[in-house]
Design a protein around this ligand. Sequence first.
Ligand SMILES: *Cc1c(COP(=O)(O)O)cnc(C)c1O
Length: 366
Amino acid sequence: MATIADSDLAFSRIAHPAPTDEAARAAVLANPGFGTNFSDHMVSIDWTEGRGWHDATLGPRQPIALDPAAAVLHYAQEIFEGLKAYRQVDGSIALFRPEANAARFNASAERLAMPALPEAVFVESVRQLVNADRGWFPTLDGGSLYLRPFMIATEAFLGVRPAKQYKFLVIASPAGNYFKSGAPAVSIWVSDYSRAAPGGTGAAKCGGNYAASLVPQGEAIARGHDQVVFLDAVERKWIEELGGMNLYFVFDDGTLLTPALTGTILPGITRDSLLTLAREEGLTVQEGRYSIDQWREDAASGRLVETFACGTAAVVTPVGKVASREGDFTIGSGGPGQLTQKLKNRLVAIQRGEEEDRHGWVTKLA
Ligand SMILES: *Cc1c(COP(=O)(O)O)cnc(C)c1O
């Protein structure tokens, strides 16, 4: 089969011998939850040193065979992305900023010593899968199809060096509505663990970062909180982000602050989209740093009025309570704030085609 260049997207198609039956699919789509149910198809593309990307296939979702010595299983050479396809109010299907995910995927690939995937191939892979699984959109209001592109090192080799073989895959999972009538505010625990250090992999979307976050996240849950918030690894005072979401702080004078992308923070596409929307709203938005002590002080004085977390999966989540070894404090009234709700509504409206897309963020599928 031909090697794939930007201009040559030759996907072979393998028909699914036994797609999920109608009744089982309908049951899933009425109550999809998150991340536990999957569509019928997947995309797979292989990379081999000297040959590049080849054998692009859209076929049945099925287990993949890996040699027990495959590098990903030993040294965690793995990266991933997360994006959603949304049903538009006009009935069509659209992706939200898929080229931003493609660019970030390549930035992650570079940090993990993996080959770049042409951005057009990334986007086309996602399109092909969504087209094949059009029947997998949740029937409930606000549902979406969550897409998980990822790359693993498949070469069987136990020496420590970048692998010479990789597999890129895309799978899809119907996702329920995270935001029925206003998401409840979450309670977060300030962790003693670090997520990312200067010079580390904090800005890359790699599985290893998540493996390291499971114990801190578990500790937050054990203490009765919903999420963990990480401070910087050097001074242990600057607020960085949650386990898988970026943070925004809203002040009483209408300014917004989000931690700057210093290399230890994952550059969220939701974060970036909200920067633009907030500026459109006439708000002053700053990328900077904010300390845990200042946060506590400003919450007490009333200067800080809202805090929210943002990411593709839950879009925008209000933070109501912060707990740490130094004590707890409440943000605003402890419930969802007005600006949080307003920004979320605007972003969701654009994603669903209810509001004009002035930034070229929405890619409709033919
Ligand atoms: C994926 C991710 C985010 C959010 O990014 P989005 O592009 O907005 O979904 C934030 N933090 C971490 C650690 C992430 O992995």
